[in-house]
Design a protein around this ligand. Structure first.
Ligand SMILES: [Zn+2]
Ligand SMILES: [Zn+2]
Length: 303
């Protein structure tokens, strides 16, 4: 009995220690870096949280892109501070991109006093526009989380005040959504079946990063949007040989990176399929620097 008890304790400790110790690394280094908080998609995955990314500048996390399931924990593990964020960009309203937002906001007034700028997409018949989505969650009278009413301006309740803006995904040209001394952010509509979705491009003095989010890769103007980015993060969501109105095939991901002339391609939002085969298909159309994403992985950004 005693032996069994000791083994279970040791195993329990190992199970607790392994996930963070194996993958955690500080990203608060250098002038600019991008960190993956969640490198997975919607499927349950032992090693990957759903989609989320941080842009670090001079040791501070300045932009958060998406907040899918599991990334609340990864945000804490990254050492990022809510008070340091200049902007939160939400790409679209599939749960694997936004379901941890309420978790991040709960008790957020204890971590930040300044309003938090947040931007998301316009709506259509399958998804509300971003301000309506937030109202359905946080409105002090009718929201699902009335306790977070302060996020939308109510006098009572916890939750940092959100400074909300919305981008029309049908707009033909990119929209500037944030301009500050250390970063300028533009957003651009991308084709993701019938779900309104946005890609984000961040320009910093140290270099540029494009977050492609979920898309099927059929809009050639996205190549212009991503042109010459130092780092392009694209989603490798479907297997080699597969097609989908939602996601680009691995060969299409590679072609876009090649045509855009990016400095490095990071693939993320990785599904449960033969990853080796998908990477091999991608490499048939892209021969440049490539990183296969993992949770908490940190990649320096440089020109
Ligand atoms: Zn997704
Ligand atoms: Zn999606």
């Amino acid at each position: 009995m005693i032996k069994l008890f000791r083994i279970s304790v040791i195993c329990g400790l190992a199970a607790l220690a392994l996930p963070s110790a194996a993958s955690a690394q500080s990203c608060a280094v250098g002038p600019a870096a991008v960190q993956i908080l969640g490198s997975g998609g919607p499927a349950l995955n032992r090693e990957r949280a759903s989609a989320s990314y941080l842009l670090w500048l001079d040791g501070r996390a300045r932009m958060l892109v998406d907040m899918g399931g599991g990334t609340y924990l990864r945000f804490a593990q990254s050492g990022a501070k809510l008070a340091d964020l200049a902007l939160v960009g939400i790409s679209h309203l599939h749960p694997d991109h936004v379901s941890d937002l309420a978790a991040l906001l709960w008790l957020s007034r204890q971590m930040r006093t300044e309003p938090l700028p947040i931007v998301g997409p316009s709506g259509n018949e399958v998804a509300p526009d971003f301000p309506t989505f937030l109202a359905r969650l946080f409105d002090e009278k009718n929201g699902a989380f009335q306790v977070l009413g302060a996020s939308l301006g109510a006098s009572r309740g916890n939750g940092v005040r959100l400074d909300v803006s919305v981008v029309d995904v049908a707009k033909a040209e990119p929209s500037v959504v944030f301009k500050g001394p250390d970063l300028t952010v533009t957003a651009f509509g991308i084709p993701h079946a019938n779900m309104p979705a946005l890609a984000y491009r961040v320009e910093t003095p140290a270099g540029s990063v494009v977050f492609s989010s979920d898309q099927n890769g059929t809009n050639p103007k996205f190549v212009d949007f991503a042109r010459n980015a130092n780092v392009l993060i694209m989603h490798l969501a479907i297997a080699a040989g597969a097609t989908s109105p939602l996601h680009a095939a691995p060969a299409v991901v590679g072609r876009i990176a090649r045509e855009a002339g990016v400095g490095r391609l990071i693939v993320s939002h990785i599904g449960l399929f033969d990853l080796e085969a998908a990477i091999s298909e991608l490499k048939q159309s892209y021969a440049g620097p490539l990183t296969v994403g993992a949770d908490l992985q940190c990649t320096p950004v440089a020109r």
